[in-house]
Design a protein around this ligand. Sequence first.
Ligand code: UDP
Length: 378
Amino acid sequence: MGAFDIVVVGAGISGSTLAERYACRGSRVLVLEKRHHIGGNCYDSFDGHGILVSNYGAHLFHTEYEDVWRYVNRFSAWYPYEHRVLARVDGKLVPIPVNITTVNTLFGLSLQSEAEMQRFLDRVQVKHPAPRNGEEAALARVGHVLYEKMFKHYTKKQWNKYPHELDASVLQRIPIRTNFDDRYFSDRFQALPVEGYTKLFEKMLGHPNIEVRLNTDYFDVRDTAEVRGCRKLFYAGPIDRFFDYRHSRHQKLQWRSIHFEWITLDREYFQENSVINYPDPADGEFTRIVEYKHFTRQKHEKTTISREYTTDEGDPYYPVPNPENDAIYRRYQEEADRLTDVHFVGRLANYKYFNMDQAFKNALDLFHSLEGDDPSGL
Ligand code: UDP
């Protein structure tokens, strides 16, 4: 018998959760991580100026799942943080999701009540009972003018596709508000880890039954006795790579990545909000500017911001949900389903745009379905 019962590929949310659960149950777990650090895209670190930043973009935790909330609280203290986003439109900063303030600012109106906002929306919305793509989904919510100003070109910047080329689900991530609520999310639990995400992952993976090997590409070691000898494998990498891209020879399974332009400024703050979106192509090719000190409230005489540009090159971050990619993914999924004792977990292996809490939830649910209920009550 090999030294490890369980091998986990990828030390992000899904992999770390499964590693932690199995380790607590007494299994010996090997975690293989290609990058030089744990935490996946949640990884954060102090930059050269001593400012805590998220190296792969902002991660705002929000959930309705009580079990997930209880679980993440085992590994870190959390402080309440309700995320808000502003978008620069027509030279003004307006709340996104669209709410009464957004409409009043951009249309020079003074709507005051939900009823007035609802009447405005009834006038502008282009009803689609079952939107077939992102454009229909957005038009059904906000109508033509707001669609053009806030969604169409931002989506092109982010996905290199217009909304009509994407599934409705992509733009349905953003609600519309008929009141003054300017929070990005409305979930019951919204918080950030007091010492950052990396510390949380260190705690999750710190169990003595877990060995983490960084800078280790699973595909370089998959044929070693140690890896082959395990009882179960959890794979959180891109699904097409696992199958050697064999269904992507004619048409690639598409992914989007982000290029970050980091700038540290000799002033305490740069912008009035943590995230400002730039839907207007005239403002530049970047989608948004993030200023990290707004999240952490870190006291520092300087501030670090990042401009985000989404690209086709680089590590895969986002699956691109549309019918063409779904068809390719389904071929991989059929093969994945035929494998016993290999489980495909997380955003990259399921080709699904999961939020952080969904990734935790799926990993916990998978563990319970494979191993039965957890005596600790999760
Ligand atoms: N979106 C947009 N304008 C915005 C913000 C979002 O058009 O100001 C669209 C865009 O297509 C994006 C989608 O709505 O991919 C979902 O936004 P979300 O903030 O959930 O994307 P994330 O930043 O989490 O990838």
